[in-house]
Design a protein around this ligand. Structure first.
Ligand SMILES: Nc1ncnc2c1ncn2[C@@H]1O[C@H](COP(=O)(O)OP(=O)(O)OP(=O)(O)O)[C@@H](O)[C@H]1O
Ligand SMILES: [Mg+2]
Length: 370
């Protein structure tokens, strides 16, 4: 057998888990200033004061979630009088869901999923904070998933006005948002208490991407698995998409392709073959959070080019038997997570009508195929 061939039980991955997208890296490079600002905003909590509210803003895959998780790790190592809770709003996308998550963190078990009023859960949270003298930091990650039906106003209002109900309750909020255009569609009464300090996460530069991926390669693969030409190519792919996830996913998929050939080294062709699937990691992250009926609706829009709301509803109703209220809610959700565009037509037999379309119809259809 040739020198550069892998045996069946050999692998090129030294630490395969480092190429999973939810891996929190040990070395978090080129985000020193953002980490410093976060620490500055949260430090008051360690002294028993309310932390400064914060909004982390930046395009997908620029390290926002990672930064917050790393800071939370630090805080938990340092003190037990501050309770940081990371809330994934893609998963917990209602007021009840958000506060259940906080409850679970404080008490170590989830509240019953039905039969308990929101008020009871909230009172239990505040009671715990006051009696145990703890400061709560709630990070609402991908907070745009709360933008439908003003859920976000309700959640923020409750968190930020808690001390008016119970003066000793100390709560700070971190919002995380990947679409700068969304900023905050907040009610005036909420905007006046949220007033967050913004921390910006710009796209990584060429050299920064190179550095971050080199580090991942150094610890994740055995030596000489990824040579410079392959790395350069992957860096280029990340630069084109702006999302570091593309690079990490490419390393994983290309690595698996190399192993399939029983090779000890990743080739440019291994990267090429992996590219189609890795380039859509971003779209996949969004569509994977959708319910089945929402996927049906999105598909109908993607197939229809630009479609009138009325016509769309008819098709949707035929397929799912769902009523107009649900249709309207789903349309709103797809709109707030920026999967669809809506605009009003200038004229029409029955006046203006709402026109709906999908931004990247081909990518969306590709993702919804399987
Ligand atoms: N500076 C960095 N050093 C090492 N790894 C990084 C760095 N920045 C991001 N990553 C990695 O890139 C991936 C994406 O990062 P992260 O999830 O923090 O992005 P995000 O800004 O929250 O994106 P989104 O807005 O899509 O949620 C993660 O797997 C993370 O480990
Ligand atoms: Mg994130």
């Amino acid at each position: 057998m040739a020198e550069d061939m892998l045996l069946w039980d050999q692998t090129i991955f030294k630490n395969g888990e480092m190429f999973e997208l939810d891996y929190v890296p040990e070395h978090f490079l080129h985000r020193e200033s953002q980490m410093e600002e976060l620490m500055f905003n949260l430090r008051p909590a360690i002294r028993g004061m309310r932390p400064l509210n914060t909004l982390c803003l930046g395009p997908p895959g620029t390290g926002k979630t990672t930064a917050v998780l790393k800071i939370f790790e630090e805080i938990e190592k340092h003190t037990s009088s501050v309770v940081p809770v990371h809330i994934n709003c893609q998963v917990d996308n209602t007021k009840y869901g958000v506060f259940s998550r906080v409850f679970q963190k404080l008490y170590g078990f989830a509240p019953p999923s039905s039969g308990v009023s929101f008020k009871k859960i909230f009172e239990a949270i505040v009671k715990h904070l006051v009696e145990k003298e703890k400061v709560l930091i709630a990070a609402l990650d991908d907070v745009n998933y709360l933008f439908y039906e003003n859920e976000v106003n309700d959640v923020l209002y409750t968190l930020l006005r808690a001390h008016e109900v119970q003066p000793k309750a100390r709560i700070g909020v971190i919002g995380i948002l990947s679409d700068m255009k969304l900023r905050y569609p907040l009610d005036a009464r909420v905007a006046s208490v949220f007033l967050p300090r913004e921390i910006l996460f710009p796209p990584y530069t060429h050299d920064e991407i190179h550095d971050i991926l080199s580090n991942r390669i150094q610890y994740g693969f055995f030596p000489d698995v990824v040579l410079e030409d392959v790395l350069s190519k992957i860096v280029e792919c990340v630069e084109n998409s702006g999302d570091l996830r593309v690079g990490i996913d490419l390393l994983k998929k290309a690595g698996l392709n190399a192993e399939r050939r029983a090779s000890k080294c990743i080739s440019l062709e291994d990267v090429d073959k992996a590219y189609e699937s890795s380039s859509s990691v971003h779209m996949r992250r969004i569509t994977s959070s959708l319910e089945d009926d929402e996927r049906v609706l999105l598909k109908l829009i993607a197939e229809g080019g630009e479609i009138r709301a009325g016509e769309l509803y008819k098709k949707f109703q035929e397929r799912t038997k769902l009523g107009y209220t649900r249709f309207h809610e789903m349309l709103n959700k797809l709109d707030t997570i920026k999967l669809i565009n809506t605009r009003y037509s200038g004229k029409g037999a029955r006046g203006r009508s709402r026109l709906i379309s999908v931004e990247n119809a081909d990518d969306v259809l590709k993702e919804l195929r399987d």
